[in-house]
Every structure is written in C-alpha cells, then in structure tokens.
Design a protein around this ligand. Structure first.
Ligand SMILES: Cc1cc2nc3c(=O)[nH]c(=O)nc-3n(C[C@H](O)[C@H](O)[C@H](O)COP(=O)(O)O)c2cc1C
Length: 327
C-alpha cells in the first residue's frame, strides 16, 4: 500500500525522517533503494543569504536525485519561508516540508522549529504564505506541543489542514522532552481521528513490533522512521515485507549487508571529497558495525580504534572491508 502526498503516490507507506547531519544524499539513496517511500532532505535554513555556504549547497535538493524530492525548510518569518520554498522548488524540489519539530537550541533561540508551536497565529501565517508561494504540495512536521502542559498538536494540525498542508508528520514527543522519555501515540491517534489529510506517525519506532502496534493503535496512513535506519537502511525492506506486503521477511544476506555498507561509504567519499568524506563516514561506519558485529563495546571498540584514526578514503574503505569480511 502506498502513501499519497498531493498528486504524488509514494511507493511505500514508510518514509525516512529528516535528520540533520545524517539524511544527506548518500543516505537517502540507500534508504530509497531499500524501499523508503520518500526521503526528505536535511533541514535547510530559509535564510537565503546562507545559500552559497558549503553546508547549504550540500543540503539543497539535487537535480539528479531520483524519485520524488522533498526539501525541508526551517525558519520563522512567513515571507522569508515563502521565498525559501520558491527557491527550493526552482532548484528541483517536488515537495516542500516545513520543520516545526526540531528542538535544537540553535533553531529554537530563533523561535523556529518546534518553538513555533507556541504561536499558532504565526504558524497560520507561515503555512498560508508557503502554500501560496509554490505550486507543489506542502507538508508539515510537528511535535505534540511545547511541553506536557501545552500539548496543542491537534490545534496546530487543524490549522495545517485549513491552510492547505497535504500531509502531516507528528513526532510523539513535546519539545521539552528533546529526545528523552518515550514517544506517546495517543495525541497522534486523536489527530488522525480528527483530520482528513494523510498522517504519519513518528518517534521511537525501534522494532517491527513497534511499527505494527503504532499502525494498529493510531490508524495512521504511514510511518516515518528515523534512528532505526542508522546503519541499517534495509529496515525499510524488512518492515515493508511484514507490515505492508504481509509476507515473511526475505532475509538479507550478510554479504549484501557488507556490500551495502561499503557502497554507502564509497558514496559518502564521492559526495564530500576526502577530508569531509572520511570524517562524515565515521559515524555511519560505527552504526553499520554495531549492527553487523554487535552492540557490545568489547567487540566494537577494537574495530573503531582501528578504523577511526584513518584519514584517507581508500585506506578507510580497505580496512573497513577487511574488518567486515573477517567476522
Ligand atoms: C541526528 C538527528 C537530526 C535530526 N534532524 C531533524 C531535522 O533536520 N528535521 C526534522 O524535522 N527532524 C529532525 N530530527 C528528528 C527526526 O526527524 C525524528 O522526528 C526523531 O528522530 C524521532 O524519530 P525516531 O525515533 O524514529 O528517530 C532529527 C533527529 C536526529 C536524531
């Protein structure tokens, strides 16, 4: 079964959650390969004066990126956000996603991200301005509210629907929770029950059983998977096999997992070049190793100690290949 965003019919109801510093082009390619229905960009500042920085250039939608391209923008000013949305569409985005879910201090000090949920009037202005500025579907990502006592996600969701937002993702935590505690799904269930647009549940989907439970409990149209995909892009295939296609998981061989790891690291090197590439690859290597070798520190530490000091792309790949083929 698929998920609909405006006129776009996605190939799967499992979407990749945007994660700054993680869901770059190589990561998105891997997740799409294993069945992510949509893989949005990392958040892009709506401040167009930053557009020529290396960071922004790397985060902009890539014109040669296959499939449906969604660009996530973050900001506080309706006109600036509208201009950023148009800019991203002109640079190849098929969908604009608005970030009202990020709890990061840097974002929230400017009252952007999830801080906006404290100001429903401003939310309305931003959503109306962005929807009016572009001809493509606009989606929104929110949390359940600012704090436990200010869980206003349902009000924000209604504003979103009235403003022409065509799909809403809800992370089941408040802004004050950051990433601590647990996600709750009752608020998501209420929103799904009250709105007509497609809804995505997000937060703490750590196992296939979690995915099962959240679909059943909330009746949402799709799930957004974040950290579960770190070092494990094949999770999209596994959950799709069980939940969506109702079949047993077709196991992915260790050889395929190793090939995928090396292909992903090679793509990171190509995308970022040597210095940045080797650095960025380290965290992904750590994540892949923890899935392939095991999470125990006594297993992982000797391997990361061997690989992390390497500063050269070819050597990093060679040693990683040896380590992986050795166990
Ligand atoms: C490293 C990291 C970066 C993130 N960056 C973004 C972002 O740029 N935009 C956004 O909307 N959410 C961002 N998030 C939140 C995720 O999209 C997601 O809502 C959150 O991780 C909960 O889902 P999960 O439990 O499946 O990881 C980020 C999360 C992490 C861990």
């Amino acid at each position: 079964m698929s998920y609909q965003i405006g006129s776009y019919q996605l190939s799967s109801r499992l979407l990749l959650a945007p994660m700054a510093g993680v869901t770059d082009r190589p990561y998105r390619d891997m997740c799409r390969k294993y069945g992510a229905g949509l893989a949005s960009s990392e958040m892009i500042s709506s401040d167009l004066s930053l557009v020529n920085t290396r960071k922004s250039q790397q985060r902009l939608p890539q014109k040669d990126e296959p499939g449906i391209r969604s660009a996530q923008i973050v900001g506080t000013d309706p006109e600036v956000m509208a201009a950023a949305a148009s800019f991203n569409v002109n640079h190849g985005a098929h969908i604009i996603d608005i970030n009202m879910g990020c709890p990061a201090k840097k974002v929230c000090n400017k009252a952007a991200g999830s801080a906006l949920m404290q100001d429903p009037e401003l939310v309305k202005k931003i959503l109306n301005a962005v929807v009016a500025a572009v001809d493509v579907p606009v989606t929104l990502k929110i949390r359940t509210g600012w704090a436990k006592t200010q869980r206003n996600a349902l009000d924000i969701a209604k504003i979103a629907e009235d403003s022409g937002i065509v799909s809403l993702a809800i992370h089941g935590r408040t802004r004050n929770q950051g990433y601590t505690g647990f996600a709750e799904y009752e608020t998501i269930r209420q929103i799904k029950d009250s709105l007509n647009i497609p809804i995505l549940a997000n937060g703490d989907i750590k196992t296939i059983e979690d995915a099962h439970f959240i679909f059943d409990y909330t009746k949402v149209d799709g799930l957004m998977l974040g950290r579960i995909s770190h070092g494990r892009p094949w999770i999209f295939k596994e959950i799709n096999d069980i939940l969506v296609n109702n079949s047993a998981i077709t196991p992915i061989s260790t050889k395929e997992k190793i090939d995928t790891t090396l292909t992903h690291i090679r793509a990171i090197h190509r995308y970022y070049g040597t210095d940045q590439g080797v650095r960025i690859a380290r965290k992904h290597i750590g994540w892949y190793l923890s899935h392939l070798v095991g999470h125990e520190a006594q297993l992982l530490k000797p391997l990361t100690r061997k690989i992390f000091p390497i500063k050269n792309t070819d050597e990093q790949l060679d040693i990683l290949g040896i380590v992986l083929n050795d166990f």
